[in-house]
Design a binder for this molecule. Structure first.
Ligand SMILES: NC(=O)c1ccc[n+]([C@@H]2O[C@H](COP(=O)([O-])OP(=O)(O)OC[C@H]3O[C@@H](n4cnc5c(N)ncnc54)[C@H](O)[C@@H]3O)[C@@H](O)[C@H]2O)c1
Length: 266
């Protein structure tokens, strides 16, 4: 297959700039366009310190026309939920496949994106976590939930850097969904304060501070023992590699489908 032409929304952000650098270093994929709210008109390579790339930072208001002009195959979006809620359906309408890394999307926003993917017959990967290790972590917690069942209380603790805008993390929410499904349905309780006797629930707690890249602990707590499964991201590079892998993968998949990272890894 010919080279995949990939564009970034959130190109000047922490994830966007690392993904552009990885695209530059990866065979079979090229950077076609870059979008952000800041540095509009500047060369994106110069903005991220990668040298001149002759790809300007475009305003996401011009997303559809720029994607068409640059013959983009796939749009990679790592921004914030309200931005993705607008940009992802616009890209799908322009016939462009999607890799969505933005977390904090509401159920309604996800449904709208899925509808646009189906209606416009493109393919998408939406994942709260593009790391390979977290793919395995999700499998392990699913097994633990299956074997331990409702005799064990479940608590999820996540920790991230002090710049993270949404809480709890998308990964913590995905973990809770996996466990709840396996245990036949649980309420989610976010932090606790005051009188709050424990019910049929999964407790979710968010820690924010310093430069923590991303820690997730799932505790299965019984009466005389507990199991704790812990994943720790040492660097954003683990998400970057997975996102670029997904971008190369998605372009050749069956259209009209929203995939998960587990589909890419399988
Ligand atoms: N799925 C994963 O594996 C994974 C991993 C890390 C981070 N994330 C998520 O990715 C997102 C970005 O994280 P980050 O650390 O790079 O944040 P960041 O704040 O460093 O970067 C976000 C960028 O998006 C830009 N932006 C905001 N609104 C925009 C709009 N309407 N159009 C164009 N650009 C816009 C901002 O200007 C900024 O440059 C967050 O939701 C974060 O939780 C996901």
């Amino acid at each position: 297959m010919s080279e995949i032409r990939a564009a970034l929304v959130g190109a000047c952000g922490k994830m966007g700039s690392l993904i552009i650098r990885r695209i530059l270093a990866t065979d079979g994929i090229v950077l076609s366009a870059a979008f952000d709210l800041v540095n509009i008109g500047a060369d994106v390579g110069e903005v991220i310190g990668a040298g001149k790339l002759n790809v300007p930072v475009s305003d996401s208001k011009d997303l559809s026309s720029v994607l068409k002009e640059t013959k983009t195959d796939v749009l990679i979006d790592f921004t914030i939920a309200p931005a993705t809620a607008v940009n992802a359906p616009a890209a799908a309408t322009a016939g462009v496949n999607l890799i969505i890394g933005t977390t904090g999307l509401t159920a309604e926003q996800k449904t709208n994106i899925t509808d646009a993917v189906i209606k416009n017959n493109v393919a998408a990967v939406i994942s709260s976590n593009y790391s390979i290790g977290v793919g395995v972590f999700f499998k392990l917690i699913k097994d633990a939930a299956k074997y331990l069942g409702n005799d064990y209380d479940v608590e999820i603790i996540e920790a991230h850097h002090n710049q993270k805008k949404d809480a709890p993390s998308g990964t913590a929410m995905t973990a809770a969904e996996i466990i709840s499904k396996e245990m036949g349905g649980k309420d989610l309780v976010f932090g606790r304060e005051g009188l709050c006797p424990r019910g049929k629930e999964i407790g979710i707690h968010a820690v924010r501070g310093g430069d923590i890249v991303g820690d997730h602990t799932v505790m299965f707590i019984g009466n005389s023992e507990r199991i704790e499964l812990h994943h720790q991201a040492h660097s954003r590079e683990i998400f970057v590699g997975g996102a670029v892998m997904a971008a190369k993968w998605v372009a050749s998949q069956k259209k009209g489908v929203v995939y998960e990272m587990s589909d890419v890894l399988n």
